[in-house]
Design a protein around this ligand. Sequence first.
Ligand code: PMP
Length: 441
Amino acid sequence: SNSHYLESQKRRESNARTYPRKIPIAIREASGIRVKDADGKMYYDCLAGAGTLALGHNHPVVVQAIRDVLESGLPLHTLDLTTPVKEAFVDELFRLLPPSFASRARIQFCGPSGADGVEAAVKLVKTATGRRSMLSYQGGYHGMTHGALGLTGNLQPKRDIAGLMPDVHFLPYPYSYRCPFELGGEQGWRVGSKFIERTLNDPESGIASPAGMIVEAVQGEGGVIPAPDEWLREVRRITKESGIPLIMDEVQTGFGRTGAMFAFQHSGIVPDVLVLSKAIGGSLPLSVVVYSEELDVWGPGAHAGTFRGNQLAMAAGLATMAFIRENRIDEHATTIGGRLQERLCQIQEQSSCIGEVRGRGLMIGVEIVDKRGGADVLGSYPAMPEMARAIQQACLERGLIIELGGRHGSVVRFLPPLIVTEEQIEEIAAIFHDAVGAAER
Ligand code: PMP
């Protein structure tokens, strides 16, 4: 039963356990967008490994690809020696990238997690520029290792750890619901991009010569905040003019999640460095960085790692990428994500705690607010994390797994597998509606 596993887990796993606290179940079976817990209860999984499971749990093409490697006699581990699986994987990935980027790109395989890719990207731009400071964004999330955590915007996870990467400057992200300049919509992000430009052009600003800038096109953990395309184009222009390599962290947004193969494509820009993980391994651990050939500055062995050659992850990732391309899953994410946003907006009209519904493709956030708190000049209400937690709990009781995010933990995040159907979206929305009603009572 759930309680058997949870008690055992509690006894032996560290106090840093996170998900089991809010989602206290043991998972025994999973298929597509559904999981079954140890008590036999079924759930819709709209967390999906924090966006990892693009094709859901145990998709037949992924399972078959893994099986094929296991039965073929191919090695499972190769350091960074090449194999037919690896070659096919790189072919497929380069096929998905915009030609203007792919034609001049290099790939470096990193350790298994997104943070490994982020660490590599930072080392790379430091090596290439000979500079040391980094630019990142308020609310950004890049991982939990020392360097990646140093780039993460939230103070809470860093509070007890002295000596993280010291030279990181955090710029304001275009978060229109809580604009730091107290300006609504376009005005807010225009001032934001001007601020960045002025700062970088002012040699006395204190942050004039960074080694690189890292940014998410849609902040995920930070509360599902899509950056306006025009803002991202401005950021690209400014970084290019200032000679600052632009790192796009697409660990969460890559591979169709936002309705484009990569989220930077919505704005038509091309980054200098692209960090990819999560969906790229088709459920298994893998991360890579892809960067323009001008940044191919590392000497032999300047970046390494034992687990750069996970053949099963490459095979599962290859199958995932091919399936997404062949079945236009990115377009499906746009359509179905639009439908979910519509339904959530209807729920917003009938509820008293939803401040904003936003997102892109199947990366959708619902800002839970306290309307009794009174609106600020932007018409935005204070965050209400206790209500968000109550909604999460009520969803779980009704068979829906969702996660929270945002600087105050008050944004409900929908990250379902990209293969979710219209019918399932209706059921998920109905459960959410009922859960919000229950939490409000
Ligand atoms: N970057 C982004 C944008 C992420 O969302 C995450 C994970 N949520 C990471 C980096 C870190 O990835 P990992 O947890 O695999 O280290």
